[in-house]
Design a protein around this ligand. Structure first.
Ligand code: 13P
Length: 252
């Protein structure tokens, strides 16, 4: 059975003290409202990871990073490696977010290398894919997502692929307030599961968690999560407010 997950991507928000207070509040909420079979991941800035990881004590609630370097260690000023992330107690890392792809020029080859390095160090990879608006308008969105997954993820052997979660984040929906309709989300998630099936077989396809991201909030989460191929969400803006974020988790 595939996991149901809500991951919050804090992006570049919150000072250390704010992040610690926020994570403490989230931890105590889920102490009172057990997650049972669901998982919640707080993907914080690097500086929060050590402290936040150690204060999350609830079953199913863990910390994750938003990026990692593709090298193990060495002279890469300002970078953070997967082994360093793992050493904080964090369990996951987001790879291939559209903001990394577009603002920092991260291409499919680099993302494949980052994925391998993260998995080698025991991190679960949340691998992002998604088209920009002109690609959808030209009806190219399926091909774009297929290429991103082919090059970034499907080069993995099956036992490594099984440690990955996919997040479909249409770029036109990120931070815009425009959400994909439940039908658009289901259609793409179904397509993704289908190409996983071709690559790795039906059991792996059925076990793979596929999250939706892009202006997902408490008011639309339930209708998105009601789709058979939508297994949760990767949440940006709405992960920065406790009540809103917890409502999204409860909608799952
Ligand atoms: P928003 O939820 O703010 O649209 O961001 C989505 C996202 O980029 C999560 O990674």
């Amino acid at each position: 059975m595939r996991k149901k997950i809500v991951a919050g991507n804090w992006k570049m928000n919150m000072e250390l003290s704010e992040g610690v207070a926020f994570a403490t509040a989230i931890n105590s909420y889920f102490k009172d409202h057990p997650l049972k079979d669901k998982e919640v991941i707080l993907c914080t800035p690097f500086i929060h990871l050590g402290t936040v990881s150690s204060l999350l004590t609830v079953k199913g609630l863990t910390a994750g990073a938003q990026n990692c370097n593709d090298h193990k260690s060495g002279a890469f000023t300002g970078e953070i490696s997967a082994v360093m992330i793992r050493s904080t107690g964090a369990a996951s890392v987001i790879i291939g977010h559209s903001e990394r792809r577009s603002y920092y020029g991260e291409d499919d080859t680099l993302l494949a290398a980052k994925t391998v390095e993260a998995l080698r160090n025991g991190l679960r990879v949340i691998f992002c894919c998604g088209e920009v608006l002109p690609e959808r308008e030209k009806n190219n969105h399926f091909e774009v997502v297929r290429r991103q997954l082919d090059k970034g993820l499907f080069t993995l052997p099956v036992e490594e692929f099984r440690k990955c979660v996919i997040a479909y984040e249409p770029v036109w929906a990120i931070g815009t307030g425009v959400t994909a309709t439940p039908n658009q989300a289901q259609e793409m998630h179904h397509f993704i599961r289908d190409i996983i099936k071709n690559q790795y077989g039906p059991d792996v396809a059925s076990d793979t968690t596929i999250l939706y991201g892009g202006s997902c909030k408490a008011s639309n989460a339930a209708e998105l999560f009601a789709n058979p191929d939508v297994d949760g969400g990767l949440i940006g803006g709405a992960s920065l407010a406790k009540d809103e974020f917890c409502s999204i988790v409860n909608a799952l």
